[in-house]
Ligand binder design. Structure first.
Ligand code: NAP
Length: 483
């Protein structure tokens, strides 16, 4: 916590303040069970104060030239990079993820988000439509105050993914991070303040989803909600926000397929499937948790996968050789273990994992779980249909391309898929038929920040990334002039 200059507090109108109620709750390190700090327990009053501060800051911020806002976003990116190690430690303290992972992925991506949207808004263009005697052009106006609600799995990565385009387009922000991961949101508030983002432009209200999150979504003067989280919560957010005609972006859960065809490069497919299944302890919305393998290579592939997964090092988040850290909480580990028990009841065989590792104190109090591979399950059973969001992958054989597609598409979710094949025609064919917002071929989670990011079916509504984010965080106005 020495990495934070202010300690945990609400950040409203440029000031670090306690919650309106004065109440707090503990922030726990899931890798040890130890208390990291006390989180201010916000409520509707804190939200009201933050919205008022954001409204007051709005006109001046919106009136700045995009290049001026972009300059500040670049400065934020630089500060994040300068604090790489301390931010990675904070992220690991809150989530239990390996520090090395936060250093390699979470924090660099947070900096990249700011840098990318600084560039994007500098180069932004709007449309112009002419006919003889008539000129139409499009103005893009900021929305006003926007609410950003983010989950615990990639706390700073996802908060910055929303904050950077919202600020770039001239909006002011009230952010509500997950109650489980407040630390890096607090650090981000400090950084924005340090580089000179004016008071009230970025506000953070910590607290529980049902109290702060709900109050934010209900707030009548908030113009938009950008939400990333579970599908059930997203449905609730949508039900509250829709009658108020708020703009809404929903990035929700996934149960993503990995399709492995016999003509693939086996070693690359094995490495990619293991990475897709278990990065961040399987707690990435894009994780490939259903692995479908062509019958002719099924045994060889599954044996190779089990060998790789069984050799993965689960251990203290700050150990240099740790590949998997702790899950987010004891409660979440119990939920994931419940699914492993369910898988056994549903006829599955655990090929590796399925148990807790033995670790020395204080990590024996942590929420660790061995990476788990399960086979023999009917694709329609609950274990294969429901999002587990932990280090659990199920493997299934398929006969041909048509069956592979039917299995891949046979869930309520539609976020992402990865396809492993050496046949270019097949890659195009299968990509066109997969019911997902994103398809990776011979790779997984290779990101270009310009491309549309988002899901279909129960995985969400709307797209983030590049111009999609800039459009979401602004309102297009047509101006038509009779010349
Ligand atoms: P969650 O329980 O849905 O929570 C997400 C956020 O919503 C948290 O900040 C939460 O606050 C808040 N919240 C809870 N109830 C709310 C309410 N009634 N109104 C407004 N906000 C409310 O999800 P999670 O467990 O943190 O994250 C895991 C889920 O996120 C998984 O399903 C995963 O697939 C999904 N996810 C999706 C993407 C994507 O891009 N599609 C990316 C990452 C994660 P509290 O934490 O304080 O309850």
């Amino acid at each position: 916590m020495s990495e934070l200059s202010s300690g945990l507090s609400q950040f409203i109108g440029g000031r670090h303040v306690p919650s309106a109620s004065g109440e707090t709750f503990p922030d726990l390190n899931p890798a040890t069970g130890g208390e990291v700090g006390r989180v201010p327990r916000g409520n509707a009053e804190d939200v009201e104060r933050a919205v008022a501060a954001a409204e007051a800051a709005g006109p001046e911020w919106a009136a700045r030239a995009p290049a001026d806002r972009a300059r500040l976003l670049d400065a934020v990116a630089e500060r994040i990079e300068g604090r790489l190690e301390s931010l990675a430690r904070l992220e690991s303290l809150d989530t239990g993820k390996p520090v090395s992972l936060a250093q390699a992925i979470d924090i660099p991506r947070a900096a990249a988000n700011f840098r990318f949207f600084a560039g994007a808004v500098r180069h932004d263009e709007t449309g112009c439509h002419t006919t003889p005697g008539v000129l139409n052009y499009t103005l893009r106006r900021p929305l006003g105050v926007v609410g950003l609600i983010t989950p615990w799995n990639l706390p700073l990565y996802l908060l910055t993914w929303k904050t950077a385009p919202a600020l770039a387009m001239g909006n002011t922000v009230v952010a509500k991070p997950s109650e489980l991961t407040p630390l890096t949101a607090q650090a981000l508030a400090e950084i924005l303040d340090e580089v000179g983002v004016p008071p009230g432009v970025f506000n953070v209200v910590h607290g529980y989803g049902a109290e702060v999150g709900q109050a934010l979504v209900e707030h009548p003067r908030l113009k938009a909600i950008s939400f990333t989280g579970g599908t059930l919560t997203g449905a609730r957010v949508a039900a509250t926000a829709a009658p108020q005609f708020k703009k809404l972006s929903l990035e929700l859960g996934g149960k993503n397929p990995t399709l492995v065809f016999a003509d693939c490069d086996l070693e690359r497919a094995l490495a990619g499937t293991a990475r897709a299944g278990f990065t961040n302890q399987g707690q990435v919305c894009l994780c490939g948790s259903r692995v479908f393998v062509e019958q002719s290579i099924y045994r060889e592939f599954v044996d190779g996968l089990v060998a790789r997964v069984g050799a993965m090092k689960v251990g203290p988040p700050d150990a240099i050789d740790t590949q998997l850290g702790s899950l987010i909480s004891q409660a979440h580990r119990e939920k994931v273990e419940g699914y492993i028990a369910l898988a056994r009841e549903e006829g599955g065989t655990v090929l590796t994992g399925g148990a807790r590792p033995t670790l020395p104190p204080p990590y024996d109090q942590g929420a660790f779980l061995l990476p788990t591979v399960i086979e023999g399950l009917d694709p329609g059973c609950r274990t294969v249909q429901e999002e587990i969001f932990g280090p659990v992958v199920t493997v299934h054989p398929f006969r041909d391309e048509a069956e592979a597609l039917a299995l891949a598409n046979g869930v309520q979710y539609g976020l992402s898929a990865s396809v492993w094949t050496g046949d270019l025609s097949r890659a195009h064919r299968v990509s066109a038929e997969l019911e997902t917002g994103m398809v990776w071929v011979n790779t997984w989670l290779l990101r270009d920040l310009r491309v549309p990011f988002g899901g279909i079916k129960n995985s969400g509504v709307g797209r983030e990334g590049g111009r999609h984010s800039l459009e979401f965080f602004s309102e297009a106005r047509n101006v038509c002039i009779q010349l």
